[in-house]
Design a protein around this ligand. Sequence first.
Ligand code: CA2
Length: 151
Amino acid sequence: MTPHPKSVLVLNGPNLNLLGSREPAVYGEQTLAGVETICRDACLAHNFTLDFRQSNHEGLLIDWIHEAGAKQAAGALAGVVFNAGAYTHTSIALHDAIKGAAVHLIELHISNVHAREPFRHHSWLSPVAQGVIAGFGVKGYALAITAIATQ
Ligand code: CA2
C-alpha cells in the first residue's frame, strides 16, 4: 500500500498578507495567493500535501510551531518552511518554540536580508533552523520544499 503522503507546513508571519500590494522592488509582484500556488506545485512534485498559513500574531505562530512538532513526532509532517517576517529579528519566543518543538524548519526570506538594513542582519531563528534561504524571491519557497524533500 502507498504510504499516506506527509505534509509540509508553510508559515508566513506579519505583513506577508500585503505581498504584491507594495514594495515590488524588494518583494516582487507576486501575491501571497501566488506564493501558495508555487508551494502547492512544489509539494505536488514531491508527493507532499501542503498546509499554508499566514498570521500577523506572534502567539498564533508559536501555537502552530507546537502543533507542527506534534505532527512531526507522529510521522505526518516532513518539515516547516517559515518566513517569520520581522519577527525573525525580534522574537526569542519563536526561537524557543522551534527549539522546544524540535521541528525541522527552514527559515525563508524573499529578500536578501543581509544586503538590507543592519537591523535585518540578525536572526533569532537561524540558530534553531536546519538551514536558511534568502534572496531568491518567492522562488525560494519552492527551493525550501525541495530541500525538505531531499533531506
Ligand atoms: O524578505 C523577507 O521575506 C522578509 O522576511 C520580509 C519581512 C521583513 O521584515 C524581513 O526583514 C524580511 C517583511 C514582510 C512584509 O512584506 C510586505 C510586502 C509588501 C508590502 C508591505 C510589506
